[in-house]
Design a protein around this ligand. Sequence first.
Ligand code: DC
Length: 232
Amino acid sequence: MKHIPPVITIDGPSGSGKGTVSYLLAKALGWHLLDSGALYRVLAYAAQRAGVLENQSALLHLAETLEVQCGKDDQRKTARILLNDEDVTDAIRAEEVGKNASKIAVLEDVRLALIERQRAFRLSPGLVADGRDMGTTIFPDAPLKIYLTASPEERARRRYGQLLAKNVDVRLADLLKEIEARDQRDQKRTASPLKAAKDAILIDTTDLSIEEVMERIRAELKRAFNGAVDFQ
Ligand code: DC
């Protein structure tokens, strides 16, 4: 029988901690990492650059042909994203790119074009897949599904801290408004909306440190894989 590599899905809204947690988990297990949000961001970024954000057929063509690689950035403890061999890890984090990514993510054809591309990341020895619909749509057979949440206020504070560290001048109140608008858009869209899979383990990270979240996940991992998968 063909061996299908295992997948752990980590879904949730932005600022829930899933990017860092997914990186740490993939690193600790020695598994591959898929930052699916980065695929939507790369697509938005490439479309912005080509001036085709509003042109659906050009967008679709880009979605089908983009050369994207997703590795690990050990310094920043996140995914490292390459677009046609160009490191776009930082460029795709711009607020503008995030906003456009959220807009194109509502388009059903764009999502369909990205399905197989995301599944192709499922390689031996295993995959940690970070996103919004990893457990519901892309890898519904994943043996372990985690759904991370945090209050919008806490997520805005985390984002504020990240931007301050980068000397970006923003107002906390504006960030909170943007986060709430993006949540609405991600949750209300008809194509694969942001929601927890029925069999997902919910973890509210509002008052938890990353270490505490990792401990919770480690316990779930041991249970889901009968002790066969673990990390230090
Ligand atoms: O996680 P992120 O902020 O990098 O994601 C950027 C946008 O992409 C987000 O607004 C929603 C969308 N997205 C999605 O629709 N489905 C995914 N699996 C991942 C991200």
